[in-house]
Write a protein that binds this ligand. Structure first.
Ligand code: ADP
Length: 320
């Protein structure tokens, strides 16, 4: 299968997840060491679903960095866009699970290696070969990775890639909410596919309404598809021509980490070779149903990457 390449740009890190739900970090009896980072999750989601995938980002030249590079490789993700920082360490996150499966984050970033990627270190040849270029999360926050992020987007766009954005707002990482909003909005009108969560929609509009009007207030002329994910209520979709809702699958969620990334990975895998589906509501709804199934499966297991579905797993789920 010679599908188009999906390149995901950003950070990869280790999530330390308590082995018991509903406890604070200090009370956790132990941790499960789970690889994660939103763009890396998307890269692996794509590959597990049979898509052609590459990750662009920087890791520490340490035990964790090499472990993460190995996980990408094992999962069939091209590592040609990875580089290693000789000084800084790989980022770490401590993820507290609340009893409802929702999560809270604490980070080690001091700064971590991912924040030190420079524009000169980008593998431009790889980025130019992308059919879809996906980005998001925290590479916007500080230099030099902000400049690397902006350059990578521009190079991908000039080479004809579809730009896909997921802000992945983690407020504690930004100096202030105001700065987070400004930075996210500074690249907002470049992306052609944007996925936000219901919380991000509230944050970006400054309103507590999750309705069509508030979603459409974020619309911009380059946008082809805007998605608002609603957790166990599925997602709302908006295009120039139509909008609607796709319901979620009912599952017993134990950890929602990675559900949104799984959803995005599935969506991108389905549109990379045929963007005309974005103009066909019936086909788009089918694709979003598939993406919702991937999101739902991901909530049924702890961690992000370990919970991303494979095609056989998805077939079993959809035919159950
Ligand atoms: P994010 O991780 O960005 O906050 P969501 O948690 O909304 O995104 O999850 C993305 C998608 O995964 C949802 O649109 C939904 O289809 C699916 N999903 C998430 N949580 C659940 C859940 N508890 N039950 C069923 N499906 C879910």
């Amino acid at each position: 299968d010679d599908g188009g390449l999906i390149v995901s740009f950003g950070e990869m890190l280790i999530d330390f997840v308590p082995t018991v739900s509903g406890v604070s970090l200090a009370e956790a009896p132990g941790f499960l060491k789970a690889p994660g980072g939103a763009p890396a999750n998307v890269a692996i989601a794509v590959s597990r679903l049979g898509g052609k995938s590459a990750f662009v980002g920087k890791l520490g030249d340490d035990e964790f960095g090499h472990m993460l590079a190995g996980i990408l490789k094992e999962n069939g993700v091209s590592g040609n866009g990875i580089c290693f920082d000789q000084g800084a360490r790989t980022a770490l996150a401590f993820v507290t699970l609340k009893s409802d499966g929702d999560r809270e984050f604490m980070f080690y970033r001091n700064p971590s290696a991912d924040m030190l990627l420079t524009p000169d270190e980008l593998n431009l040849e790889l980025i130019r070969s992308a059919k879809v270029f996906h980005y998001g999360s925290i590479s916007l926050i500080v230099e030099p990775c902000r400049s690397a992020h902006l350059k990578a987007m521009e190079v991908a766009k000039d080479a004809g890639a579809l730009l896909s954005y997921d802000p992945n707002l983690r407020l504690p990482l930004w100096p202030s909410a105001k700065e987070a909003r400004e930075q996210i909005m500074s690249i907002w009108d470049k992306a052609e596919v944007i996925k936000v969560s219901d919380n991000e929609l509230e944050f970006l509009t400054g309103s507590d309404k999750i309705d069509d009007e508030s979603a459409m207030s974020l619309w911009h002329p380059n946008l082809k598809l805007l998605l608002v994910t609603l957790g166990d209520k599925g997602c709302n979709y908006y295009t120039k021509h139509f909008h609607g809702t796709v319901g979620a699958f009912q599952v017993k969620a134990v950890d929602t980490t990675g559900a949104g990334d799984s959803f995005v990975g599935a969506l991108l895998t389905k549109i990379v070779d045929d963007q005309s589906v974005l103009e066909d509501e019936g086909k788009l709804k089918e694709i979003l149903r598939y993406a919702c199934a991937c999101g739902a499966i991901t909530t049924t297991k702890k961690g992000a990457i370990p919970a991303l579905p494979t095609v056989p797993e998805l077939d079993v789920f959809l035919n159950a």
